[in-house]
Design a protein around this ligand. Structure first.
Ligand code: 5AD
Ligand code: SF4
Length: 432
């Protein structure tokens, strides 16, 4: 029996791709194991979004080296870091056997097979998809939830972001193909769909007939048996009323908008090339809240972008206090060689960024806490995801439609929908 170990870093698109990597390896006759010591092949699906992702990869590869010396383990590296470093992976870690890209994940089993005969590491990338990853066999991590990629790559030029350089230009999947996949997933027992794209609001611009994202939301909502639809991520510059209306009118589309703002300062937004102003962003937040009752709003924020002044940072603080997000992913700016921001003047010292970050974190945590506590006493619909712990089966962990984590006192099976009354809340989860 041949075995593989697979580790996934980074975003949901990598989770999606990893489900395909696992599916492909299973079709090739491999069985998944939980540790690299037990595996014939170790696959790392990597991320490149911030610098610590780089360090992590080479740390992991260092840890795999003695295992390889002991067991003959083959090591394969894919994902965004592989795209970014390409030949550099082998240069820094010559014990790696296979390096592959994000647009040729179907090549993995063949490369793993061929590397023995080759006698040298195999490094293979594609600039275009030959096979769309969504069409590949998948081993899903959940019986009731599925990631569905609607678009790959990104055409935006946010100056901090490495994604367009590693994942290439935007490619949308035809609407009918996506709906067909959702139908097959439902037939297979899936009730929750997460639509994935780097910038979902520009979906379809490269397709004939130019379908738009709100049409896609409505078409997926029309598939019988789909109970919850989520999507990520929209870009505020392209988010329009038609999407908010579709969210409001489609029963299955969840009342949650992840709406990455990045900064509250017009000047910083301009240097980031985000193509919206603070007030345009706030107008869209108001429009979405107006149209979608009980909307939960989350965001991404970067602290310490090059040249960010105290005053510009205060604009981010005041935006966060104005909007009162349910939660926020906050990041310290990380310099990504090759991006426009990497060569900008005014790269900030770590202690300045850290201090601002800590303040922002504290403020947002307090806001999350207050927003969650407002839910105490309310009844919410929860999808059960897993038992809360291995030992105690009397509690389960699940999610509200607004994407909040809830610990519920029920022993229902994963996938079950229960109505629960919120009894208590912290900044990070609810208790029901
Ligand atoms: N430094 C810090 N955060 C970044 N992000 C993207 N690039 C960088 C970077 N260079 C954040 C953005 C984006 C999220 C996925 O990661 O906030 O929305
Ligand atoms: Fe990066 Fe901007 Fe594309 Fe998002 S939309 S992945 S932030 S370039």
């Amino acid at each position: 029996m041949k075995t593989f170990f697979l580790e996934t870093h980074g975003c949901q698109m990598n989770e999606h791709d990893s489900e395909r990597l696992a599916g492909l390896m299973e079709v090739a006759g491999y069985v998944r194991v939980a540790a690299p010591d037990e595996a014939d092949v170790a696959i790392l699906n990597t991320c490149a979004i911030r610098e610590n992702a780089d360090n992590k990869l080479y740390g992991h590869l260092g840890a795999l080296k003695p295992i390889k010396e002991r067991t003959g383990l083959k090591i394969a590296v894919g994902g965004c870091q592989a795209e970014k470093d390409r030949e550099g992976v082998i240069a820094r870690a010559p014990w790696v056997d296979v390096v592959f890209g994000t647009r040729n994940i179907d090549a993995l089993p063949r490369l793993v097979q061929a590397v023995d005969d080759a006698g040298v590491p195999l490094v293979e990338f594609a600039e275009q998809f030959e096979v769309h990853p969504s069409a590949l066999p998948a081993r899903r991590g959940s019986p009731f939830h599925a990631w569905v990629a609607i678009q790959y790559g990104c055409n935006n030029g946010c100056t901090f972001c490495i994604v367009p350089a590693v994942r290439g230009p935007e490619v949308s999947r035809p609407l009918g193909e996506i709906v067909g996949e959702v139908q097959r997933l439902v037939d297979d027992g899936v009730t929750e769909i997460s639509l994935l794209g780097q910038n979902v609001n520009s979906y379809g611009r490269d397709l004939t007939g130019r379908p738009i994202f709100s049409e896609l939301l409505r078409a997926v909502n029309d598939v019988d048996g789909v109970r919850r639809i989520r999507y990520t991520s929209p870009h505020p510059k392209d988010f329009k009323k038609d999407t908010a209306l579709a969210m409001a009118e489609c029963e299955a589309v969840c009342e949650h908008l992840h709406f990455p703002v990045q900064s509250g300062s017009d000047e910083v937004l301009r240097r980031m090339k985000r193509a919206y102003s603070r007030s345009a962003y706030l107008d869209k937040v108001a429009m979405a809240r107006d149209l979608i009752p009980d909307l939960a709003l989350t965001t991404d924020i970067i602290v310490g972008f090059p040249g960010e002044t105290d005053h510009e940072f205060e604009d981010t603080m005041s935006l966060v206090e104005d909007v009162r997000y349910d939660s926020a992913y906050m990041f310290q700016y990380s310099k990504r060689p090759g991006t426009d921001a990497a060569t900008m003047d005014g790269q900030l010292p770590k202690h300045v960024v850290q201090e601002r970050f800590d303040r922002l974190l504290e403020t947002q945590t307090q806001i999350s806490f207050e927003r969650n506590r407002q839910l105490i006493g309310e009844s919410v619909e929860v999808t059960i995801e897993r038992p809360a712990s291995k030992r105690d089966r009397s509690k389960a962990t699940g999610r509200t439609r607004t994407n909040k984590l809830v610990h519920v006192a029920v022993d229902s099976a994963p996938g079950a929908l229960v109505d629960a009354t919120i009894a208590d809340a912290t900044a990070h989860y609810l208790i029901a």
